[in-house]
Design a protein around this ligand. Structure first.
Ligand code: CA
Length: 410
């Protein structure tokens, strides 16, 4: 095999055969949107590969769609069959001649939002993040609100402004009230921030009126991505009492171009932290099931590593988020996206938002170019990336979320 053989990946490839995330792409020569599977530095045109290999008709139809939604809706048995089929295409010699023409170099592809986002909700599941924000915004009061250890608290966000990695974000304008002022002013946000999160993508829906139990969450959750919950802290601080985030969050939420199936993260499963007090029965997993995920996130600002948030430290897990989302009878829909909340660990350099990293601007970050950041400047580029344990000591990557901040519209 030549070094350029796309099938010949090194053992430690971050997008190897144990990863296989799904996305939607086009190419300059073929502008149709189509499903792809990322493999190394290539994208497998999944629909074309299904035709070329003579895959079963029902699977070929799911992979011929221009978005992930039909596959998402098909449910876990179909997810398992498709993953096995794709794995065989990429690893079995008998498929090579048919599959090789379906591998497109990654730089030749244009990514799109991989699925049509139905509803978007965002949680607040890191005890370290919630405690830090509580100390910043409510000094002298309890760091955690009284409900925090009884449920994964969250809010419903704006699905229509979820954008794929690579999409620029324009600095939002809005109302803010500066310290010491009586009335608000209007203008571009002066405290534009990131929130490094993991986003979960719902596949199979649930019926309205029915609850999804903790043990059934994996029948509904297809996979995950990285998520940057853009936050205008000044707009947020003025508007959020008493109904929660609104325009300070709704202008943009960025997600990876590739959705990693839960099946790829079997080796990343780990025990959640002990919960004290124990939550209500519908949320009580006894901390005995490996429902937490050991995902190591990195946050880069203009190329410089500024934080390493550890997802394994999250207090609430995605099965608990699913159980909570549905406990009142609200349904899950195919394409629902829910964010974990900012991922922050106990140390300063593990905090997943600038408001915590700079303690609301009091302790600015110093970048190697000599500049300082309390919050983001126009032109700044933020990249979230992450890896997780794979089989046999390997690691696999979640696809990055890369975004540049553009100046506000006049
Ligand atoms: Ca958030």
């Amino acid at each position: 095999m030549s070094p350029a053989d796309p099938f010949d990946l090194p053992h430690d490839a971050l997008f190897g055969v144990h990863n296989l995330p799904y996305g939607v792409f086009s190419t300059a020569g073929d502008p149709r949107r189509r499903l792809g599977v990322r493999y190394g530095e290539h994208v497998l045109d999944a629909g074309a590969a299904a035709r070329a290999t003579g895959a079963p008709a029902d699977l070929a139809e799911l992979l011929a769609a221009p978005s992930l939604n039909p596959l998402l809706a098909a449910g876990r048995p179909a997810w398992t069959r498709v993953r096995a089929e794709v794995t065989a295409w990429l690893t079995e010699q008998r498929h090579r001649a048919a599959v090789a023409p379906c591998l497109v170099p990654l730089p030749d592809t244009v990514p799109y939002l991989p699925f049509e986002v139905a509803d978007y909700a965002d949680f607040y599941a890191s005890e370290h993040h919630a405690s830090n924000v509580g100390r910043i915004f409510r000094p002298g009061a309890d760091a955690l609100p009284p409900n925090w250890k009884y449920m994964p608290i969250g809010y419903h966000g704006r699905a229509g402004t979820v954008v794929v990695s690579g999409t620029d974000v324009v600095r939002p304008c809005g109302q803010r009230r500066e310290p010491g002022e009586q009335v608000p002013s209007y203008g571009p946000s002066l405290r534009l921030d990131i929130e490094a999160e993991v986003g979960f993508v719902v596949g199979a829906p649930s019926a309205q009126g029915e609850r999804v139990a903790l043990a059934d969450a994996d029948d509904h959750v297809f996979g995950l991505c990285l998520l940057n919950d853009w936050s205008a802290r000044d707009i947020q601080a003025w508007e959020y009492v008493p109904l929660g985030p609104m325009l300070g969050k709704s202008f943009a939420t960025s997600v990876s171009a590739w959705v990693t199936p839960l099946d790829a993260l079997r080796h990343a499963r780990t025990l959640p932290p002990p919960r004290d007090p124990r939550p209500p029965a519908y949320l009580d997993d006894g901390a005995a099931r490996p429902s937490a995920l050991d995902i190591a996130i990195e946050v880069r600002l203009n190329g410089h590593l500024v934080a390493r948030p550890p997802f394994a430290t999250m207090y609430w897990t995605y099965p608990q988020m699913v159980a909570h989302l549905t406990v009142n009878g609200a349904s899950l829909r195919t394409g629902d996206l829910f964010g974990s909340g900012t991922v922050s660990g106990p140390e300063r350099d593990t905090r997943g938002a600038l408001i915590e990293l700079t303690w609301n601007g009091e302790e600015p970050l110093r970048l190697p170019d000599g500049s300082q950041r309390s919050f983001l400047h126009d032109g700044d580029e933020v990249v979230l990336s992450a890896t997780a344990p794979g089989p046999a000591g390997t690691r696999l990557a979640l696809a990055e979320v890369r975004t540049r901040v553009l100046p506000p519209h006049p």
